[in-house]
Ligand binder design. Sequence first.
Ligand SMILES: [Zn+2]
Length: 207
Amino acid sequence: MVATVTYHKKVKADQTGGQPGGGSPLLGEPLAIEFANTHYAVRGTLREGIGTPAHLAAWLREHSAVPGSGVRVGAAEVDTFRALRGAIRGLCQACVDARPGDDTDVEVLNAAAAAAPWWPQLHRAGEAYAVSEHTRGQGADAALAAIARDAIAILGGPLGTQIRSCQAPGCVRFFVKDHPRRQWCSAGCGNRARAARHYQRHRARSQ
Ligand SMILES: [Zn+2]
C-alpha cells in the first residue's frame, strides 16, 4: 500500500466545536499542531483527546490524509502517540518562549519520524506539477511518522517562529500565527478573552 499525505495540510476545522468521546475540536491548523492540541481544555478543565485506543483510532480516522486511518490501535500505541505529543508540545512551548527545546523531546520526535519511511513524488496537477509524500509503511507507525515529519518541518522551518500559545484564560492550545494581530487559537477563545478583560475593567472601576 502506498499512502500519501501533503505536509502542512490544513486540517479541516470542525464546525461543531467539539467531538464526543474525548475528541478535541479542530481549528484548521497544520496536522502536527492539531495533534498537539489533542491536549486541550474546556472552560478551564483539561481534557485528554487521545486517552483511550478508541479516541486515538477516532482521531486518526478523522484525519483522512494520515495513513493508518482505520488501523487497530491499543494501549501501547496510545502511550507512543502521547509521548510524541508531549515532545511536540514541549518543543512548541520552547518556540513560544524563544528558548532551545529539550534534547529528549528532539530525540522522541526524531525516533517517531523514523518509524516509517516517507519520500516525495512529483506528479502533474493540470498545467503544473505538485508534490505528494508517499510511504509503504502501514498502520500506526506510518501515521506516527507523518505527524512527526510535519512537526519537524514546522519547527525547523519558517513557521517555527510563528508558533504561539493561545492567550485566552485557561486555554492550552497552540496555533500558527497567520496574521499579525492574531492572539487566540479560535474565535471562541477571542470572545472569552475579551469578555474576561471587560469583566476585569468593570470590576476595577467599581472598586
Ligand atoms: Zn484558545
